[in-house]
Design a protein around this ligand. Sequence first.
Ligand code: PHE
Length: 440
Amino acid sequence: MENRSTFATRMGGIAAAVGSAVGFGNIWRFPYITGQDGGAAFLLIYVFSVLLLGIPLMVSEFVIGRSAHSNIVTSFKKVAPGTKWHWVGILSLLVAILILGFYVVLSGWTLRYTYLAAINSMEGDDFGAFVSSPIEPLLWTIAAIVINAGILLGGVQKGIERASNIMMPVLAVILLLLVINSCFQPGFSEGMSYLFVPDWSKVTGQVWIDALGQAFFSLSCAMGILIAYGSYLGDNTKVGKTACTVAGLDTIIAIMAGIVIFPACFSFGIEPEQGSSLVFVTLPRVFLQMPGGYILGVLFFLLITLAGITSCMSIFEVPVSYLQEEWKMSRKTAVLCSSIWALGLGVVCSLSLGLLGDVTLWGDNIFDFLDHLTSRYMMPICALLISLFVGWWLDKEIIQDTITNWQNDSGWYLRPLLWIMRVFAPICIFIIFLSGLGLI
Ligand code: PHE
C-alpha cells in the first residue's frame, strides 16, 4: 500500500479534482439558482460560501486522504486509530455508492442526447417518454458504466489523470465557444442582467442556505471523493493552493454556464427556472433555432457529457479504492464489482421513472429518494462529522505537516482553518441540515 499511485503532476491532480467538481451542479443548478436568488447578490454570497466553507472543507478532506495515503475508510483508521471515526468513512462510502446509482443514469441520458444531436435527430424527441421507457435508458446507462470502468481500469495516472487531462481542456474550449456564441444572441444583455445585476430584495435566509449547500455540493465535498483524490496528490502539491485553484475554476465554469444558458433562454422567450428539463428539452430546441444550431447542440451535449463522466468517475473511484485496499481486490475486480453495483442500482433508479414509478419511499420515487436522502441528510451529516473531526479531534501536527508539505511551505492558514472547522462550519452545516429537513 505504501507504493500507492499518485497523480503524476500537480496539474493532473487539479484537472481530476476540477473534473469531479464540474458536474450537472454547475451546468444547470448553479445558473438557475443564481437567477432565481438575486443574480450578482447571490453570486457574492456564493463566493463568500466557497471561501469560508467550501475551500476549508475541501482542504480538510484532502488532509485526511493525503496524510493517510489511503481510501476513505482506511484513511480514518490510520489517522484516528482505535476510534470509531472510520464510521464517518463508511458513511461517506455509502453516500458515494448511492449517488453512483443515479449519476450513471444521468450520464447515460447525456450520452443519448449527444448521440441524437450528432445524428441530427433532436427534432420531435420526447424526453419524458425516453426516461420512462424500460429498456433504452438502461442501454445508455450501461454505455456510461462501460466508459467509466474503461477509464478506471487504467488506474490513477493512466486512467483518471490522463482522462481528466484530455477532457477538462476540451470542456473548457467548448464552453468558451458557447460563451462567444452567446454574446451574439439577441437576449444577451437581458441574460447578463438576470445573472449579474444584484437584486438584494431577493436575498433571504434561504438564499444563504442555498449558497452554502451549493458550495459544498459543487466542490464534491462530503461524498468521499476529495479524501480519495487527496490521497493521490503528489508529495510536493500544496493542498491549500490546489483547493483554491479547484474552487476558482469550478466557480468560473459555473458562471460561464450561466452566460451560455440565460441569453439563450431570453432570446427565445423561455423561462430559465425549469430544472433538468431545461437542459434536456428546452435548450436543445433553442440551439436548433440558432444559426449553426446543429454544431451548437452537439457541443452543448458534449459539454454536459464530459462534465458528467469526469464527475461520475470520481465517485466511482471511492468504492474502487476501498475494495482494492480494504478487501484486497485487484483493481480489475474492484472496478468490476463497483460497475455491477452501479448497474444494479442504476436499473432500479431508471425503472423508477417508468415501470417502478408507483414504488415510492416517503413520497418520492426511488430516483428522487436517493437524491434527497444523500443531499439533504447524509451529506450534511458527513460534512458535519468531518469538520468536527478535523477541527477538534485530528492531531494538529498531522494537519500542519500535510498543509505545509512537512514544513517546507507556509501554513499560515492553519489557525483560521481550525476555527472554521471547529465553529463556523458545524453551525453552517447544521443550518443547511435543518433547512433540508424543512425545519427552517
Ligand atoms: N460536483 C458535482 C456537481 O457539481 C457533484 C458530484 C460530483 C456529484 C461527483 C456526483 C459525483 O455536479
